[in-house]
Design a protein around this ligand. Structure first.
Ligand code: FAD
Ligand code: NAP
Length: 309
């Protein structure tokens, strides 16, 4: 007989891994399906300084600690790229991973977000040839060189500070004259002599030089002035969009694509829950992702106890 899990968790970031720990400890059968490496965005984060109990911990180390914890609690881990989630006539959730299917009584969607694109000339052509979305992965290629960082949020400023430790100069290009990033990050960036700011400016194009990034064309949106900044690398941190294509058919997202849940992380579809950055909410952090994961697992447990038994 085909196995039907109590809970299938899509995504093994901090939200998914915490849901796995809570569900497995409630004696539910749990499978966590992940298409990349366990840890989600934490895997590509150099240091995390705001997760309670750890003054400073590297993203990969916290990822590994959470993964080992989930496994020791008894959650199964499975590789899969979830393409679609549907509900059959008996209420069982059918998770389509392209080459195989997984069935479960409940699903917790914890798929997080993906980086946004600027959609300007040269961006896709020079991606991986100077343009990157991950300073931790690619920063070392630019040791002693000049890079630009685009954006003014936590990611842009945190990664600009990280890059300043490796490269000769970092130029932060921001579309306003004020940063969105937390004050503590702003203060560190303003105090760093290797970091310069180009305010009120947007990137219009990336220029190729011998098959690699050579320069970034920028326009000041207040004065209309054009500027060409020579750079070997460009790191784009202009925000994130939710990964919800696999639940389009369930109609549980808002106009921006985020999943709408109630206080119990429940969606309007019975037995379908969501947790972490993919949820419509104010604060997207590791600590809020693990909070959501714990609540979603507890709600899945209650749903199975009360609705299915
Ligand atoms: P994610 O961590 O995004 O994990 C989602 C997982 O789902 C991923 O592993 C993905 O591969 C998987 N997935 C997606 N779609 C599918 C699919 N179809 N099939 C199978 N698997 C799928 N927060 C802090 O608290 N402190 C920090 O210092 C900090 N630094 C950050 C630095 C950067 C550069 C960025 C981008 C974010 C940072 N954050 C930080 C935010 C924090 O990383 C996120 O809030 C947190 O990781 C969200 O967890 P999550 O589990 O909801 O999603
Ligand atoms: P974000 O907070 O949405 O910031 C995106 C930045 O890019 C903003 O400054 C925005 O400008 C700019 N931007 C957006 N679209 C643009 C465009 N088309 N062209 C040019 N600039 C554009 O995204 P994020 O920094 O990636 O952060 C995502 C989430 O992760 C947040 O919740 C954040 O708090 C969290 N995070 C936390 C930490 C931490 O706790 N240390 C670190 C990283 C990320 P405007 O300001 O003008 O809108």
């Amino acid at each position: 007989m085909e196995k039907i899990y109590d809970v299938a968790i899509i995504g093994a970031g901090p939200a998914g891994m915490t849901a796995a720990i809570y569900a497995a400890r409630a004696s539910l059968s749990v499978v966590m399906i992940e298409r990349g490496a366990p840890g989600g965005q934490m895997v590509n984060t150099f240091e995390i300084e705001n997760y309670t109990g750890f003054e400073k911990i590297s993203g990969p180390e916290l990822s590994m600690k959470m993964f080992e914890h989930a496994q020791s609690a008894g959650a199964e881990y499975s590789y899969g790229n979830v393409e679609n989630i549907s509900v059959d006539e008996t209420g069982v959730k059918v998770i389509d991973c392209g080459d195989h299917q997984v069935k479960a009584q409940t699903v917790i969607v914890a798929t997080g977000t993906k980086h946004r694109l600027l959609n300007v000339p040269g961006e896709s052509e020079l991606s991986g040839r100077g343009i990157s979305w991950c300073a931790v992965c690619d920063g070392a290629f630019f040791r002693g060189k000049k890079v630009v960082v685009i954006g003014g949020g936590d990611s842009a400023i945190e990664e600009a500070i990280y890059l300043a430790g490796l490269v000769e100069k970092v130029v932060v290009i921001h579309r306003r004259d004020e940063l969105r990033a937390q004050k503590i990050l702003q203060e560190r960036a303003f105090a760093d002599e290797k970091i310069e700011f180009v305010w009120d400016s947007v990137v219009e194009a990336f220029e190729d030089k011998g098959g690699k990034l050579g320069a970034v064309k920028v326009k000041n949106i207040k004065t209309g002035e054009n500027l060409t900044i020579e750079a070997d690398g460009a790191f784009i941190y202009i925000g994130l969009d939710p990964i919800t294509d696999m639940i389009k058919g369930l109609e549980i997202t808002d106009e921006a694509g985020y999943v709408v849940v109630d206080h119990a992380m429940m969606t309007p579809v019975p037995g379908v829950f969501a947790a972490g950055d993919v949820v419509s909410k104010e604060l997207r952090q590791v600590v809020t992702a693990v909070n959501d994961g714990a609540i979603a697992a507890q709600s899945a447990f209650k749903y199975i106890e009360t609705k299915l038994k």
